[in-house]
Design a protein around this ligand. Sequence first.
Ligand code: 4NP
Length: 168
Amino acid sequence: MTKQALQMPVSVLFVCLGNICRSPTADGVFQQKVKAAGLADQIIIDSAGTGGWHIGNPADPRASKYAAKRGYDMSALRARQVVSSDFERFDYILAMDNNNLQDLQAMCPDAYQDRVQLMLDYLPEDFPTPTSEVPDPYYGGDDGFEWVLDLIEAASDRLLADIQQRLA
Ligand code: 4NP
């Protein structure tokens, strides 16, 4: 199905469970890619969690550390929970895993369901290890945070291309 054309500014909301690991990582990575493409004034980026345990908290120190090693700054981000007005406000609402997707779909008015997708719908088809979910790294080791970054960096490039195509 052909997607609707977009109007500027385009808005993108990244969503995970706690809004302290995966979605702030996507927020930080995508902000930098958008800035590098000269589109910072035209794309609004935010992130949120389906859960509310970490509202007001900065990103998990492990997520910030591994993101900083690759040049992404998440220091200004603070966790918030998804609210019902997000579905009207954001053109793209991108869930990190299937649980987040189902929670968002359950909250989302019918008129906006096509805005809710998996982040990894934008993973390039030739990515070496195809997968549909960005796994939760919170209870795991350091490798998990690097893997989150690998997946998010790859999907961010195709997401940006999709936005540029719909703006054209
Ligand atoms: P995130 O990771 O969804 O990527 O931010 C999590 C952070 C915290 C919790 C779960 C996942 N928690 O249960 O507190």
